[in-house]
Ligand binder design. Structure first.
Ligand SMILES: [Zn+2]
Length: 349
């Protein structure tokens, strides 16, 4: 019943000042830009929005993994010049701002962007992204931090290349992340890289506990204990382990939850079965994120709608989650406080 009381509309949800900690730059392309870049690359681009979505976006739970991979690769294929990278960064931040976001952490995998675009060095890729970020931040009152991703599915030597680059550029990165499939791709060999990044002053977040498999809660323990994760991307499967819920709660580890993403990847069977509210009520620091808004054809406000309509979250709940996220953001305190309407705790949670 709670969901129907004082129902907020999309406009009201969009107006809520938001923090987003988990958004992939490479999967945040504005639909009109993706269309333009695909067409420019000689790809077939149907005019009809539904046909376009069917061809290039993931809007239904992923059953045909090959088709899904093809869609991700089509988007990845257009990230071939510094000009494009600067543009999509600027637009992702502009779109986030219009969506109510005031504190944003954008992440990207240098190795993913470079794949097939070997003419671009990490330095050229990152400089273009930083230019886009700085241009957007000069225009809009928004604080934006960049996170670099190490891909778990690649050899450790590739992760080392990313880690070295991030440490050398630690003034323009806030954190290091480990992403990609956890099943069959052990996180543990990457632990020395994450220790080195932490020693160099970078923060750590790790994609973990996403897939609905029995080992997932233990993956999260490894992410925290061995890789030093201060936040966990997803972590949604700790829902099956009261011990891990307590582990995460007592350590004040923030979960970067992404409801629609979890539904599309079968991490949860239905949106109304998402454990967001249960974890929140158990005292776990939870935050609201869109993950891959471009590829999923959503925006962050859509995630607020889902939580409001399916799980009955209220404006007070949203404000609390956003204050939690503001405190857990890796962006320096003075920068994020400048754009946030309420005092940001310097103590996490
Ligand atoms: Zn993610």
């Amino acid at each position: 019943m709670r969901a129907t009381l004082g129902r907020m509309n999309l406009e009201q949800l969009r107006a809520i000042p938001k923090v987003e900690l988990h958004r992939h730059l490479e999967c945040s392309l504005r639909p009109s830009t993706l269309r333009e870049l695909l067409a420019g690359g000689g790809r077939e681009v149907p005019d009809d929005a539904e046909a376009f979505a069917k061809m290039y976006l993931v809007t239904q739970p992923m059953d045909d993994l090959e088709a899904v991979l093809g869609k991700f690769l089509a988007t990845q294929g257009v990230l071939s010049t510094e000009e494009v990278l600067e543009r999509i960064t600027f637009e992702a931040i502009e779109d986030a701002f219009q969506d109510g976001v005031r504190i944003l952490e954008l992440r990207y995998a240098p190795t993913f962007i470079q794949q097939g675009h070997e003419h671009l060095s990490f330095d050229q890729i990152h400089s273009a992204i930083v230019r886009g970020r700085d241009r957007a931040c000069a225009r809009y009152p928004i604080a934006v931090g960049l996170i670099a991703i190490v891909q778990r599915i690649l050899p450790v030597s590739e992760g080392e290349r990313v880690t070295d680059f991030v440490i050398a550029n630690r003034k323009t990165f806030v954190a290091l992340d480990l992403a990609d499939n956890e099943i069959g791709f052990d996180s543990r060999p990457f632990a020395p890289l994450f220790k080195r990044a932490k020693t160099a002053g970078l923060h750590i977040t790790v994609h973990s506990g996403e897939a609905d498999v029995p080992e997932s809660p233990e993956f999260v323990r490894t992410a925290v204990e061995l890789l030093g994760a201060e936040r966990v991307g997803h972590g949604v499967q700790i829902q099956h382990s009261p011990e891990m819920i307590e582990f995460i709660r007592s350590r004040g580890i923030t979960l970067e939850l992404c409801p629609t993403s979890n539904w599309l990847t079968h991490a949860v069977p239905r949106l109304d079965a998402h454990p967001f509210r249960r974890l929140m009520e158990a005292g776990v620091p939870v935050t609201i994120n869109s993950d891959d808004p471009g590829v999923f054809g959503i925006d962050l406000t859509n995630e607020y709608r889902v939580l409001h309509e399916s799980l009955g979250l209220t404006l007070d709940d949203f404000n609390r989650c956003n204050d939690t996220a503001a405190a857990a953001s890796f962006i320096p305190h003075d920068q994020k406080q400048k754009v946030w309407p309420r005092p940001i705790s310097t103590v996490k949670v």
